[in-house]
Design a protein around this ligand. Structure first.
Ligand SMILES: Cc1cc2nc3c(=O)[nH]c(=O)nc-3n(C[C@H](O)[C@H](O)[C@H](O)COP(=O)(O)O)c2cc1C
Length: 277
């Protein structure tokens, strides 16, 4: 009898919810969670949260990574060698209350920064829609998203957004487009055409590649093949390049083949937007 009463009560609740749903659909609840050491990822997080009117919270390391770049690298290397992850402050948000969680991080060593690894090890995001976003020196969205999928195999990982630290001025407009493309914001969105098949680079195209990567110390590569597509305000190039041995860093072996995205906006100098390793 008790079981029957429970089934009836559950059915009534379900039916009421379904009929209410016909009249008024509840907006999904969105949380923006992020870790940021030097402010770039925080700026993206704030842009997303402001545009969506979403709740926002920072993931904080209990013992912050507050050293300079070299000190941070050294601490990370030591932690890796010792197999330890940094402790983090408890996240205040009740994750069960959210349908969509944007998770943001700087790329460190090709993946999300360690405080995010700690966080992902503490929570079960099964059934949630997760939207990754990141900032990086040269790239790491694809590799970090692969790690995120492995860490939370039962979450639905949606397409992510990544931006170079050197291109933060382009971020607000890109975030707006990204949110419209993902269906989170209303607005006009025209998808870009696919890249056609690549061909061997011409001298002019090789010069565009060299100009785009010039001055970026971590990218020492030679363009081999390329494909182009039109942007509303210029051209985008997708180069396949070969990482070259570095005389100044003999302990850093070449990384093999790289995919490098380069944008040439009308009248502007070429810039690379991301590297896929
Ligand atoms: C320890 C460390 C490792 C990094 N590793 C990478 C990397 O593997 N690839 C990359 O493109 N950028 C790398 N970066 C650059 C950061 O991802 C970039 O500066 C980022 O925008 C910092 O974000 P934040 O300001 O939110 O902390 C690294 C930076 C640090 C401090």
């Amino acid at each position: 009898m008790k079981t029957l009463k429970l089934i009836l009560a559950t059915t009534i609740v379900a039916l009421t919810a379904a009929s209410c749903g016909n009249n008024k659909q509840e907006a999904p609840k969105v949380l923006v969670l992020y870790y940021s050491q030097t402010g770039n990822t925080e700026a993206v997080a704030q842009e997303i949260a402001t545009r969506l009117g979403a709740d926002i919270e920072a993931i904080e390391a209990t013992e912050p990574y507050d050293g300079d770049f070299q000190a941070t690298i050294e601490r990370c290397m030591k932690e890796r060698e010792e197999g330890v992850l940094p402790a983090i402050q408890p996240v205040n948000a009740d994750l069960s209350q959210y349908d969509i969680i944007f998770i943001g991080y700087p790329v460190w060593f090709g993946t999300y920064a360690p405080p995010v690894t700690t966080f992902l090890g503490q929570v079960d995001l099964s059934g949630k829609k997760i939207v990754p976003f990141c900032t990086f020196g040269s790239g790491g969205l694809e590799s970090s998203v692969a790690d995120l999928k492995a860490a939370q195999p039962n979450a639905e990982i949606l397409p992510g957004y990544g931006v170079r630290a050197a291109r933060m001025e382009a971020m607000p407009k890109e975030v707006e487009k990204f949110l419209i493309a993902g269906g989170f914001l209303e607005g006009e969105y025209t998808p870009l055409p696919d890249f056609p098949e690549q061909h061997e680079v011409s001298d002019d195209e090789a010069a565009i590649f060299d100009a785009a990567v010039d001055g970026y110390p971590m990218l020492h590569a030679q363009a081999k093949c390329v494909a182009t597509r039109a942007l509303p305000n210029g051209t985008e190039y997708l180069f396949t390049a070969e990482d070259l041995p570095r005389e100044d860093k003999p302990d850093m072996p070449p990384a093999g083949e790289l995919q490098v995205y380069v944008t040439v906006a009308d009248g502007a100098a070429p810039v690379f937007t991301r590297v896929v390793r």
